[in-house]
Write a protein that binds this ligand. Sequence first.
Ligand code: HSE
Length: 327
Amino acid sequence: MQRIVLVGCGVVGQGFLEIISRKRNILKRMGLDFRIVGVIDSSGGVIDENGIDPLKILEIKKRGNLPEGIRFEDVINSVDFDIGIEVTPTNPDTGEPGLSYIKAMIERGVDVITSNKGPLIVAYKDLMRLASKNGVQFKFEATVGGAMPVISLVERSLAGNQILSIEGIFNGTSNYILSRMEKELLPYSQVLLEAQELGIAEKDPTFDVEGIDTAGKLVILANAIMGIDAGIKDVEITGITGITTEAMDLAQRNGYAIRLIGEANREGQLKVSPKLIPRFHPLALDGTLNAALIQTDLAGEVFIIGRGAGKIETASAILSDLISIST
Ligand code: HSE
């Protein structure tokens, strides 16, 4: 039996609680027995070493906040647990509060899983060193491409290959906006508004449309699968806000789509920019999908596509890390 603490109970945290409950029987058949002994978020928390019913937490969250009074420090200082799942909101500048939570859990000697890009963007190397020093596993599949299993694909299925380059679509919001602009030949501002109304784009879409979210994911991939010691300052970034209807129209008439592409190569060049992609190239994707084209020395080209965001999709990547840690 493994005891889990969930740090963060927003959309992703609730998605995890939902699927851990839904998959209980399958996990049991795999010989896995997870017990949630703590759930905390910015409003409060619940601790019970005998196990917490995930559905009860979802009920509480549906009605409002977790009970006040329990903080992360209480969990770290008083709860016995084996795996910490950190799913607090991303801050790409400081990595906080997730960075401190992850460090504290690693130092406490528990395995950690995160969906939070911020801590990895800010302190990838430090976190890896800390995990290795403390002899714990630290997994983060959900940070790049949501349910698209790009990190484990390279780590497991392409083990032994050298990754020569990677290029891909790592931001669903930008891809949705560009593909709608292309289809309807509508201006950027109008499509952004529509995406916000549909809940696809955030109220403040800056990180997505300025390419910062893609750059953060590229930094994680460069470090994790290409062994490049890079930070966000090493990425040349151009977003999609300057793309005009005229540019879209011209591209289309010449057989191209415009897509926001993140690319990294072995020379350590990291770039995020809108690129002309031939209409029938696999990266000329529509909608909110993510994709990655990986060049390897042995396997050649590998292409992967999947849902880059979403409550259950992101939780799927967390569950996969959880199973991988536990088997
Ligand atoms: N905001 C991101 C996107 C999802 O639009 O792809 C979270 O990484």
